[in-house]
Unconditional design. Structure first.
Length: 297
């Protein structure tokens, strides 16, 4: 029997109007997303749903405002999972990538929905209070070019390696334009991600103490479903407050997570992110040839 794996993506994969067809057509999705909105509305002093689904020019335009993007991305992925659960589907493993790890914690019963959403909103609030705005840039090349173009990457930190020819760096917003120009001048495809802060690097260290203080107050329970942390490339049988911080602060090498999935044998993988990014990472990694990968985006 194939292991069923649900995957949850992090900031950068969110879009305005994400999950809109489910919101129109799936009562479970709509009801769950409205419940999430009720929880976060008093914290945001605005409607998350109205922000996400407000009519605008580009149907799949990205948005970077962490205050809304973080809880919206969490809520959409959580609501998609509720649709699958209502249809009788059950996962053996939950893979969380960055913020997506928080979704996995809630689905696994580590903490309840309200605490999970409060934790995500607090993340955005503290990032805005303590951290300088930063850029995150996705690059379609081997990460070794950081050494070959050392001067161009002086101001940047390696945030993630997604597969052998895709990595993400983070650095000051003022340095973004020069880096993109340099890379594109060399024929390298690169794109700024819709993320406001330098997650997975020391650029978010100023918020660490305040965020850890919030995390220590969370009532955590043992996971009822195995959680695979993309940041730790390990199965979490117990979750502690440190795991929340590590998921957002440490750099990610998703190739190690694919190695872990490969050891499970043939899998049925479901990417519940709004952009299918994790399904793409697995596709271009190329090792899980006997596994089936689905997306809901």
């Amino acid at each position: 029997m194939k292991s069923v794996v649900w995957m949850f993506s992090g900031l950068g994969s969110q879009r305005y109007r994400m999950g809109e067809s489910f919101f129109r057509e799936e009562p479970v999705f709509k009801r769950t997303l409205e419940r999430c909105d009720e929880i976060v509305r008093p914290l945001l002093h605005d409607s998350m749903l109205q922000t996400v689904y407000r009519p605008r020019g580009g149907q799949f335009e990205a948005f970077a405002d962490t205050q809304f993007a973080a809880p919206a991305l969490f809520s959409v992925q959580y609501s998609l999972a509720q649709v699958l659960l209502a249809r009788g589907h059950r996962p053996h493993y939950l893979v969380g990538y960055s913020l997506g790890e928080c979704v996995a914690y809630v689905l696994a019963g580590v903490l309840d929905l309200q605490d999970g959403l409060h934790c995500v909103v607090k993340l955005a609030e503290l990032a805005r209070e303590y951290c300088q705005p930063a850029s995150m840039v996705a690059i379609l090349a081997a990460p070794e070019i950081m050494h070959q173009m050392a001067e161009g990457f002086d101001a940047f930190h390696l945030a993630a390696i997604n597969f052998n020819t895709n990595f993400v760096v983070t650095g000051p917003q003022a340095a973004e334009s020069a880096l993109l120009t340099d890379l594109r001048g060399r024929g390298i495809v690169a794109q700024a991600l819709p993320v406001e802060y330098g997650f997975h690097s020391r650029l978010i260290d100023p918020m660490e103490e305040a965020y850890r203080r919030r995390l220590r107050a969370l009532p955590l329970r043992p996971p009822q479903i195995d959680i695979i942390s993309a940041c730790q490339a390990n199965t979490l049988h117990h979750v502690n407050p440190d795991d929340f911080w590590v998921a957002l602060r440490h750099s990610i090498d998703f190739r190690h997570t694919v190695t872990l999935l490969d050891r499970l044998g043939d899998c049925e993988l479901m990417d519940l992110g709004p952009s299918g990014t994790m399904a793409n990472f697995i596709k271009y990694d190329g090792r899980l040839t006997n596994s089936v990968v689905h997306t809901l985006s």
